[in-house]
Design a protein around this ligand. Structure first.
Ligand code: ZN
Length: 91
């Protein structure tokens, strides 16, 4: 009696969630991004920007607060995520 035959087809269902497969490849396109300056302002609130997000449609600048707020939504589609928030912690 074979009560538990090997079922190779059932493994495919586990691999469905692979939508983030190309996020690593696009990140290598940007080798050298210029540093943010005090003239760079958050697009949401106007505070000094510490994060620059490069999207296919253009760039977005965020302060630390709004970068955290938008990270979940933008990170999967961002071509580059330039984060200088460690400057805030360093001083
Ligand atoms: Zn902001």
């Amino acid at each position: 009696m074979t009560s538990h035959a090997p079922d190779s087809c059932s493994n495919r269902d586990v691999l469905k969630g692979h939508s983030m497969e190309n996020t690593e490849n696009t990140a290598t396109l940007v080798e050298e991004a210029p540093a943010l300056t005090t003239a760079d302002r958050c697009d949401s609130c106007g505070a000094q920007a510490y994060v620059r997000v490069l999207l296919e449609s253009g760039e977005l600048l965020f302060c630390r607060h709004h970068a955290n707020e938008n990270r979940e939504r933008l990170a999967p589609i961002a071509l580059d995520w330039h984060d200088e928030t460690e400057k805030l912690l360093a001083r």
